[in-house]
Design a binder for this molecule. Structure first.
Ligand SMILES: Nc1nc2c([nH]c(=O)n2[C@H]2C[C@H](O)[C@@H](COP(=O)(O)OP(=O)(O)OP(=O)(O)O)O2)c(=O)[nH]1
Ligand SMILES: [Mg+2]
Length: 309
């Protein structure tokens, strides 16, 4: 049987808080928090269903919505496909039309509410930004200059991929980079191939595809865990161990990996549709590819050169 298709909306207020509502106890997944939305009816597109449900449940009119993530989940009693949109603009004032209590919650606080299990990657997608910068040490003298440029560009998620630096050099870099990222409210992840610097604070770990496949479970004690993937097997493993997001590459030709097999947007979209995780597109892309990437099911764009200035 085909899954129950559900249109789901991530609605934000002017403070950047997200609307959640409490499912009635008697419903499927009752007593848990949800993002507003509901079943797609026959002869209705998902976008039409989203607009109708948000009008019925909240009395708001959707003016623009962008795909965020699609989740295919098998509950013991029901298969659902949750088509989640970010509501970019709407008119009207939110009210509870069907008696569901609702709350406005800071995205980072969503993890403190009980949602249906299918919602875990949705919450990650809501919290993650559209761009993921990869800072490499091809020229170590430019590391801090490049980091500054990335932060000045407004990028909030950064991976330090420091392949050549010694452990001491990594340590002295992180001692400057972490506090700098913090002042810009950006998160800094360390690539798993980096010589680990004892006692250095970062916001998370980014697993290389080799390290990903070697992990039997999600590494402990990390705020964020990301992973690099190139194929279905790696994506499945990332989903299985419960990373927060992945980077799928190379989408287009890229000078840093000239021999890698290129996915192209169609194959990227096909692979991304099969996985319940936020996926960043990487390889030969720039910030201006964001809309194309979103249409292909991506969380956003990752890049080495894309955010340097
Ligand atoms: N709206 C919504 N549904 C979710 C979320 N997470 C999740 O697993 N679901 C599941 C629960 C249900 O099985 C299904 C939504 O179906 P529903 O019956 O509540 O939809 P509806 O609003 O059209 O309900 P109704 O008019 O028939 O009362 O999707 C979520 O965040 N939002
Ligand atoms: Mg509903």
């Amino acid at each position: 049987m085909s899954p129950l298709q559900v249109a789901v909306g991530v609605v934000k207020n002017s403070l950047g808080e997200v609307l959640i509502s409490l499912r009635h106890d008697k419903l499927h997944q009752g007593g848990l928090w949800e993002f507003p939305g509901g079943k797609v009816e026959a002869e209705e597109t998902v976008g039409q269903a989203l607009a109708r449900e948000l009008k019925e449940e909240l009395d708001i009119t959707v003016q623009a919505a962008m795909p965020l993530i699609t989740i295919n989940h098998q509950y013991p009693d029901l298969a659902v496909q949750l088509c989640v949109f970010t509501v970019e603009s709407y008119s009207g004032t939110v009210k509870s039309c069907e008696g569901q209590p609702f709350l406005w919650v800071n995205p980072d606080d969503l993890v403190n509410y009980a949602f249906p299990v299918a919602n875990r990657p949705i919450i990650a997608a809501v919290r993650l930004p559209p761009y993921y910068a990869i800072l490499d040490d091809a020229d170590p003298t430019l590391l801090l200059v490049n980091l500054d440029g990335i932060l000045e560009n407004g990028i909030k998620l950064i991976q330090a991929r420091l392949k050549t630096l010694s452990a001491d050099a990594v340590k002295s870099f992180l001692e400057q980079a972490y506090p700098l990222c913090k002042t810009y409210k950006a998160s800094l992840l360390l690539n798993s191939s980096v010589k680990q610097a004892e006692g250095c604070e970062v916001n998370g770990l980014h697993l290389t595809s080799v390290d990903l496949l070697a992990c039997r479970q999600r590494p402990d004690g990390k705020q964020w865990v990301g992973a690099s993937c190139h194929n279905r097997e790696e994506l499945r493993h990332a989903e299985k161990i419960g990373v927060d997001f992945v980077v799928l590459a190379p989408v287009l030709a890229t000078p840093t990996h000239p021999d890698a097999e290129i996915l192209g947007w169609d194959h990227f979209a096909e692979l991304t549709a099969q996985i319940n995780l936020p996926v960043y597109a990487l390889g030969g892309l720039t910030q201006s590819d964001l809309l194309v990437a979103r249409e292909a099911g991506a969380q956003g764009i990752a890049g080495i050169r894309a955010f340097l200035g």
